[in-house]
Design a protein around this ligand. Structure first.
Ligand code: MN
Length: 350
C-alpha cells in the first residue's frame, strides 16, 4: 500500500466506479480523426488533440495509463488502496465515429475488455461500450456483453453527435438495461458544436465546467422525457456528484410544475413524479473528480446516503492524496462501507 498513509481500511473495500481505459487501436483512430480534421467537433478535436498531440509529461502519463489493463493499473490501484476498478472506455468512446463503425468497434473492444476483466476478476469489473446511434445494435451488444462476457452495465458519453438520449429512438438501450438489471453510466464528453463556442473560447469546455453543464442538462432532458415512467426500474449512474443537478433540484421541481401546466413546450409533458423523485429513485451519483467533503455530504443529504458512490476518475484525476479526503468523511464506518463498497456491489451486481 502507499507510503503516504493510504492503506487498507478495516473491513472495507474501496471500489472506484468511473475508471477509464483506451485500447491502443482507439487512440490510433482518434489521432487519425484529428489529423484528418473530419469530425466537425471542435470540442473533441481541441481536448483529445491536447491529450494525444501535446506530448508533455502529464499528458503522456495519462495516455500511457489509459492503455494499460495490467500491472501498471494494478500498481496504481495498490498505491491508492483501490480494491476494484469499474472500468469503461474513455470519453467520447465510440460516439465520435459513424454508427456502423461504432457498432463494430463496440463488439471488439468489449471482447478485449472482458478478457482483461477475466484475467483480473478479483480487481476489475467492466462496463460495455455501445454505439447509441445504432440503437438496436446497442441493445443487442449490451445483452451480449452482460450475458456472455460478464460486463456489468453500459457507458454512454453524453450526447451522440449533438443528439440526446431523451429522443425515443435511443430507448432500446434503456429497455435492455432495465430488463438486464444493469445500470447505464452517463459520462461527460465535450459539448457538441451547437453548444461549444462560449465554453471553448473561455477555456471552460472540458472537465473544469463544460462537461458538467452539458451532461447535467442531458440528465435533466432524460428525466423530463418520461424515460423513468416508461422504465421505472432503470438505473442511471452519473459522475461528479450528479453534474451539479442535486444543487438545482428545488428550482427544477418548482418550475417544471409551472411550465408543464402552461403547455408551452411540446416536449415537457406531465410526469408521474417530481424530477427530484427520479433523482432519488433511479439515479446514483459518484464522487469522481470531486474529493470534496462539503459537496459529498450535500449530495448524500439531498439524494440519500444510499445514492452516492465512490469514484476516482483514473487516470485523469489520479491523485493519491484525494483518497484521504473520502477516508475521513464525517460518517460512521458502516456508512463509509456503504459509500466505498456496498452500494457499488449492489448497483453493478458485483
Ligand atoms: Mn471520467
Amino acid at each position: 500500500m502507499g507510503s503516504d498513509g493510504i492503506g487498507a481500511l478495516d473491513g472495507i473495500k474501496r471500489i472506484a466506479t468511473e475508471e477509464a481505459y483506451a485500447p491502443p487501436d482507439l487512440i490510433a483512430r482518434y489521432k487519425q480523426l484529428i489529423r484528418d480534421g473530419v469530425t466537425g467537433d471542435a470540442g473533441f478535436e481541441s481536448l483529445m488533440g491536447y491529450f494525444l498531440f501535446n506530448n508533455s509529461e502529464r499528458t503522456n502519463a495519462i495516455v500511457d495509463r489509459l492503455q494499460d489493463l495490467g500491472q501498471r493499473r494494478l500498481a496504481d490501484m495498490d498505491a491508492t488502496g483501490v480494491a476494484r476498478q469499474i472500468i469503461s472506455l474513455t470519453a467520447p468512446g465510440l460516439q465520435v465515429f459513424d454508427a456502423d463503425t461504432a457498432a463494430g468497434l463496440a463488439i471488439s473492444y468489449n471482447d478485449q475488455l472482458a478478457e482483461a476483466v477475466g484475467t483480473h476478476a478479483d480487481r476489475f469489473t467492466g462496463l460495455a461500450a455501445v454505439a447509441p446511434h445504432a440503437p438496436s445494435a446497442a441493445a443487442k451488444e449490451l445483452e451480449r456483453a452482460v450475458n456472455h462476457l460478464g460486463l456489468r452495465g453500459a457507458i454512454v458519453n453524453s450526447h451522440t453527435q449533438g443528439e440526446y438520449l431523451d429522443d425515443e429512438k435511443f430507448w432500446p438501450l434503456f429497455e435492455a438495461a432495465e430488463s438486464l438489471g444493469v445500470p447505464v453510466y452517463l459520462h461527460p464528453q465535450t459539448p457538441p458544436p451547437s453548444m461549444i463556442k462560449p465554453l471553448l473560447e473561455s477555456g471552460l469546455d472540458g472537465a473544469i465546467y463544460g462537461f458538467a453543464v452539458e451532461t447535467g442538462m442531458h440528465l435533466l432532458r432524460i428525466i423530463m422525457s418520461g424515460v423513468f415512467d416508461r422504465f421505472p426500474k432503470l438505473k442511471l449512474v452519473v459522475g461528479h456528484l450528479g453534474e451539479a443537478i442535486p444543487y438545482w433540484l428545488f428550482r427544477v421541481d418548482f418550475f417544471h410544475r409551472g411550465i408543464v401546466s402552461t403547455g408551452r413546450y411540446e416536449r415537457l409533458k406531465p410526469l408521474k413524479l417530481k424530477p427530484s423523485d427520479y433523482m432519488k429513485r433511479n439515479v446514483y451519483v459518484t464522487s469522481s473528480g470531486m474529493a470534496w467533503e462539503p459537496v459529498i455530504m450535500y449530495a448524500r443529504s439531498v439524494l440519500g446516503a444510499d445514492r452516492v458512490l465512490y469514484a476516482m476518475d483514473y487516470p485523469y484525476q489520479y491523485q493519491p492524496e484525494e483518497v484521504l479526503v473520502t477516508d475521513h468523511l464525517p460518517i460512521s464506518q458502516p456508512e463509509l462501507k456503504q459509500f466505498y463498497q456496498s452500494t457499488a456491489q449492489q448497483v453493478f451486481g458485483i
